[in-house]
Design a protein around this ligand. Structure first.
Ligand code: AHM
Ligand code: MG
Length: 347
């Protein structure tokens, strides 16, 4: 039998061959320079994901992977060795790429510039290299979150103030979930698509296109240990789900995993403000805005309880914001507790 006589169904080949870079070009429906750049950027992000996944998979076997560095980051949080490693991986995959001029991350006070890229690379990568890093030492899921924005203006003073704009300025956003398998989920503003890392190929292969989040789902995902510090409407919402059939709590302590579950099965993720921290814990530019972009693209809703997350304009790079993200009906229900409470107070 000759090779041409072997009958392999087209659908099978297509499934195995739709790589991330090819998918980006298909999405943009172009082979032009901008499309090639975005495809190359996504490919580099995927490479960072593979390098991080590889290190995580052997973390307990290697020296100097688990635990803290002893440093504190700009957020006042203890830095883990994996945070530093993953942060540096994203920088190194973009060096000499000609693609990305600036990288801004949870782990760096100021954006990192790659000057040799700047004359041609007009893009900025915003990212959280390891989100949920408290899970690393106990071998549970963690993630990386990213967003791509186009640089506006010249940024001559190096303040990167053009990044302080709303979330609709994101050209692309996504996450990589390091779980039993490594999954990359992304959107270029036309639907949400997932890819699974096939370790035998070393490639992310298309798993699901145009993911739609259910309009309502059973899951509510929040750290109820903070109940005592929440405002009354959030407590009322929690009491409501406790007293009604059909809700189930799921919280992993790693945002990417919790959002992924909600994206697939429906429900709501909540990280509200507290008395001590009215803006909550999560950061807008590289955590909640990218995830809000994705969830909206999948037909869901993302707010700070009152306003659309993507409409918020951060006052600073590491701005925090309350986050209510998930299925349309479930997010609206949480918002209704907040607006009803406000109305009662003003009447
Ligand atoms: P990190 O980026 O420093 O890991 O913090 C973000 C994480 C999210 O992944 C998760 O949803 C949240 O912090 C958990 O916080 P808490 O332990 O307060 O529930
Ligand atoms: Mg984080």
């Amino acid at each position: 039998m000759t090779v041409s006589e072997i009958n392999i169904p087209d659908s099978l080949l297509d499934r195995d061959c739709t790589t991330l870079s090819r998918h980006v070009l298909q999405q943009l429906n172009s082979f032009g320079a901008d499309a090639q750049d975005l495809s190359a950027i996504m490919n580099r992000i995927a490479l960072a994901g593979k390098l991080i996944a590889r290190r995580l998979s052997r973390a307990g076997l290697m020296a100097d992977v688990l635990g803290f560095t002893g440093e504190t980051n700009v957020q006042g949080e203890s830095v883990k060795k994996m945070d530093v490693f993953a942060n540096d991986v994203f920088i190194s995959v973009f060096k000499q790429s000609g693609l990305v001029c600036r990288l801004a991350s949870e782990e760096m006070e100021n954006p990192y510039y790659i000057p040799e890229n700047c004359p041609i690379g007009r893009y900025t990568l915003l990212y959280d290299p390891i989100d949920g890093s408290s899970n690393v030492d106990i071998n549970l899921n963690v993630g990386s979150i990213f967003a791509i924005r186009q640089q506006q203006g010249e940024d001559l003073d190096g303040s990167a103030s053009d990044l302080l704009t709303n979330g609709d300025q994101q050209i692309a956003a996504g996450y990589i979930l390091y779980g039993p398998s490594t999954i990359l989920v992304y959107s270029l503003g036309s639907g949400v698509h997932s890819f699974i890392l096939d370790p035998s190929l070393g490639e992310f292969i298309l798993a699901q296109e145009n993911i739609r989040i259910p309009d309502h789902g059973p899951i509510y995902s929040t750290n109820e240990g903070n109940f005592w510090q929440w405002d009354e409407p959030l407590r009322d919402y929690t009491r409501y789900v406790h007293r009604h059939e059909g809700y189930t709590a799921r919280y992993s302590g790693a945002l990417v995993g919790d959002i992924h579950r909600i994206l697939m099965q429906g429900g709501v993720f909540l990280y509200p403000g507290t008395e001590k921290n009215p803006d909550g814990k999560l950061r807008l530019l590289y955590e909640t805005a990218p995830l809000g972009f994705l969830v909206e693209q999948a037909g869901g809703r993302a707010s700070d309880g009152q306003k659309r997350l993507l409409d918020l304009i951060p006052a600073k790079l590491h701005q925090r914001t309350p986050a209510i993200i998930g299925s349309v009906e479930d997010v609206k229900l949480v918002e209704s507790f907040i607006s009803d409470h406000k109305q009662r107070q003003s009447s």
